[in-house]
Design a protein around this ligand. Sequence first.
Ligand SMILES: Nc1ncnc2c1ncn2[C@@H]1O[C@H](COP(=O)(O)OP(=O)(O)OP(=O)(O)O)[C@@H](O)[C@H]1O
Ligand SMILES: [Mg+2]
Length: 303
Amino acid sequence: MSSALHTSALTSLPLLARGKVRDNYAVGTDRILMVASDRLSAFDVIMGEPIPGKGELLTQMALFWFDKLGHLCPNHLTGDAPESVVSADEVAQVTGRSMLVKRLKPIPVEAVVRGYLAGSGWKEYQENRHVCGVPLPEGLKNASRLPQPIYTPAAKAEAGEHDENITFERTVEMIGLDLATRIRDISIAIYQAAAEIALTKGMIIADTKFEFGLDTDGTLVLMDEVLTPDSSRYWPVEGYDAAFAAGENPPSYDKQFVRDWLEAVRINGAPWNKTAPSPRLPREVIEKTAAKYREALERLTAA
Ligand SMILES: Nc1ncnc2c1ncn2[C@@H]1O[C@H](COP(=O)(O)OP(=O)(O)OP(=O)(O)O)[C@@H](O)[C@H]1O
Ligand SMILES: [Mg+2]
């Protein structure tokens, strides 16, 4: 695996935007080169230290899923090699970690699907037995499997803001009934298909987020990354039962390890205030996190 890349610096293409994790470059007017860096964000703050291998693992995982789910919805992959659009001396920065995609008109709805009650969903359920306007039965616990997957969309926030949960009705007001309904139904179908595959590999996908865009003919296309540990909550099956019985969060394949460390760290005796700059991650935290991401991909792609 190539060395860690915190921030890409391609000069052969114009930079469109740097997200928390990806650096996006324009390729002509109709394609985007999405370079997944090794940055890690926690509590919406980018850590100063990269996680070696993370960008490549995320990209490989997204490609795995695009391949498996292509029959449910067209996706933004062009099939063109990322190496073909950068200069020879920049190939090392993009190889393995990039996707060369069709440039779409993004739909400002984050299509969240939850199959289990966790995180903010569990918090809200305890208050009012609903999650984002969806009523749920009594008696569910933290990490309960839901009777069926639910669609709980969010409005995509401006840079630096948190996404805001919204109702399905609100998405209808934003983008119209037809598009809102198609996005909901396709998202649930993709989640169900993916969750079934993941389960055969010993992993639960508790929840996930998809993004969609429209191409020049108005076709609805699945875009962004899909079903990576950054956009989805993965739980190894073997940790689930014990955690569920104890009312705890099942261990997950993501940055929980970093989050726990950040919650516990003290800076001059005080907790970190969750604004930049982040505290310097210890080597052990970096290595454990890198290992988690590796394990997730290995499990998923194991025969
Ligand atoms: N095929 C595509 N065409 C146009 N825009 C896309 C496409 N795929 C993804 N995007 C958009 O490109 C951006 C991807 O960058 P990234 O996810 O790194 O940034 P972000 O979403 O702004 O930040 P973050 O995910 O860190 O909150 C997102 O805004 C996403 O909606
Ligand atoms: Mg994003």
